[in-house]
Write a protein that binds this ligand. Sequence first.
Ligand code: HEC
Ligand code: HEC
Length: 348
Amino acid sequence: MKKLLAALLLLPLAGLSASAQTPDPAAGKTLWEGNNTQCRNCHGKDGEGAFGPDLAGRGLSASEFQQAVRKPWGVMPAFLDTQISDADIANLAAYFASLQKVATPGPWRFTAADTMPHGQQVFHNVGCAQCHGQTFDMPRGTLGGVNADFNLFKSIVYTHTTTMPQVDESLADGPPPPANGNRPPLRMGNFVPTRVAESQLKDIYDWARDDIGFRPLLQGRLSQPVADANGATYTLNLANNGLKGKGLEADGLTVDLVIPAGLTVVSTTGDGYKGVHMDAQAKGNVAEWTLPKLAAKDKRAYTITLSKAASATDNLKGSIRWTKPAPKTGPNLDVQNINPPAPPRPAP
Ligand code: HEC
Ligand code: HEC
């Protein structure tokens, strides 16, 4: 009797684990709106359609949805189950089934203009600009950091899920992350060569390298302030994170820190300090250093002591600009932002 009871008690449990697999529209919504996917850049914030078709209320089944994601019909990149699982896809299908169908699909996030160079137009028309913006800023930095040839570029696009981790690893300073480390899923899919042709990628590559130009892989990191009787001292670590002997060198650098309202500069360290001036664009005082060049793997450290620590709402931040490399045509709008210091880590 006891045994039978135990067996009976197990039955509903088995039923429960099956029902844990039933699609969950709320989980689909969370996935769609979160940081682990960027599908919405092409399909709209609420699946209302944009570069890609509207999904809301279209009634696509989980298997139709899965087919479209794993073996896309057209220019959409393919996503692996390491990026988005079958259960994720079923949840998304359930989420969109729960929404109203839209009357008219939404607009593209970014559209090409006739005045753009040819490669930049292709970059828009095959979908890259929907995630990377009109000027491809972040990848141009990574590409400059490894001075990528066309073959590497092509691999990043067609076999993104295998090539991207290798590129990241080659650029990482310390030891490689553990094989099963909790690396966030890659959000770009693998583009399919029969849909986005190699010649189109070549046009994009030529524009990125020779026209608007690759960028040096620069980084500026501000430390938390250290307070003493003189004020609050911040360290700014400036680095060119490109591959040694390969990454692009930056020439003619200007490093600006915007001084929060009401604070003054007590002292600074580091070569090339130019003092403080009023900057119309930053709408405030700016402390400035210049540096003739920074080659791949070179670093500099600067410090600045302010009359007191800045607040979280008007925090110290800044920018790095350089004169070379520069776009061959058009204005030089390239800038690398220096973010405010990251909040201190909670004690373990
Ligand atoms: C670069 C833009 C782009 C991205 C990113 C993208 N899609 Fe698409 N999607 C498209 C386009 C364009 C189509 C039309 C068919 C094609 O090109 O494969 C499409 C088609 C679809 C369809 C089929 C719609 C139908 O009417 O049959 C589904 C479902 C879908 N995408 C889901 C997703 C999901 C989920 C993601 C993220 C993991 C995603 N898409 C990312 C552009 C994109
Ligand atoms: C769904 C959004 C999305 C689309 C569409 C997309 N990318 Fe990406 N791309 C990313 C993200 C996010 C990364 C960073 C790695 C990751 O999470 O996959 C990346 C990384 C890259 C990189 C590596 C450099 C770096 O900074 O990490 C290159 C090169 C690149 N993309 C080129 C392209 C090209 C060319 C296209 C169009 C054929 C394209 N991407 C379309 C989102 C996208």
